[in-house]
Design a binder for this molecule. Sequence first.
Ligand code: ZN
Length: 221
Amino acid sequence: MSITITQGESSVATEHKLEYVTSCELPMPWATFQLHVFIDHASDKEHLALTLGAVNDGEPVLARVHSECLTGDTLFSQRCDCGAQLEGALQRIAAEGRGTILYLRQEGRGIGLINKIRAYHIQDEGADTVEANQQLGFAADLRDYNLCESMLEHLDITTLRLMTNNPRKVAALQEIGITVVERIPLILNRNPFNTRYLDTKAAKLGHLLPMDGLKRNTDDN
Ligand SMILES: [Zn+2]
């Protein structure tokens, strides 16, 4: 069971155990990955891990911890950089022949799909991504990386080379006992539709991204 207690802009979660269910082969355009499915009985959400190669040999594992973004990952939305980051991470893992992607079903930085689209509506009228979440009564980021603990334990992974622009994600993983030996930037798909979003991630959420334009305002993965 897990209870998330919101404290300002951050969240603290209690222990969060997922149950491993099963695995299968998943042929993808870049390689045939193994797909592992886990269930979180506290929320009834399924969470996924993709692995390629021997990830349980004790060596650091090239990894991405990716939170679901239905609009970006499956509908090719250009409002954010999630789909490009997911594809870039899959390509890089395939090129190295070894790695993992943890795909966490926490849509919209944890606020869910309907609220994310409500937030997009507010952004269409001028707010940035953080202001929009706050107008809806949510903290800027409600994601819970404790979800990773049982998944990595099951996969026998303790050390990562993490593909992310988000130092908070590195810190959150280190808090659950995962060693991050390297942070690998994933700077992809800046376009006219997501420039403000990316700048707001850099200015307000601490993401390490080159800022564009003079206006320092921004979502994330
Ligand atoms: Zn997205």
